[in-house]
Design a protein around this ligand. Structure first.
Ligand SMILES: [Cu+2]
Length: 120
């Protein structure tokens, strides 16, 4: 009984990414979710999480952080699997921030993007 239940759960979980990939088949790696979310106003996050639709090449995938006026904010960026985690080296002060990401997906295509959030 336990085996059947987990089997159904796995089948359901596998179906969701398959649908997402089908809808984005031409788009290569792109951002599907982030924490903070784009345009969100949040308490200072300890880390930024970016999730993509395709597996990333860690050596060529990273996120950078700047203030809204372009002043670099030091972060440690680590890519693994389909995600990037960028950890600010110091607590983020209240204000507006810009996250710039660039990735190389496992299919060999580069893509990049930008989103912003603010710290209350
Ligand atoms: Cu591609």
């Amino acid at each position: 009984m336990t085996v059947m239940t987990s089997g159904r759960a796995l089948a359901t979980a596998a179906a969701v990414p398959a649908l997402l990939l089908a809808a984005q088949a031409q788009a290569h790696a792109h951002l599907v979710a982030s924490t903070p979310a784009a345009n969100a106003a949040v308490a200072a996050p300890k880390a930024l999480h970016l999730q993509f639709n395709e597996k990333l090449e860690p050596k060529f995938s990273a996120a950078d952080l700047t203030t809204a006026v372009g002043v670099p904010v030091p972060v440690t960026s680590k890519a693994a699997g389909v995600a990037i985690e960028a950890t600010p080296k110091a607590p983020l002060a209240p204000g507006a921030y810009l996250v710039k990401w660039h990735v190389l997906s496992a299919d060999g295509h580069k893509s990049e993007g930008v989103f912003n959030f603010s710290v209350r």
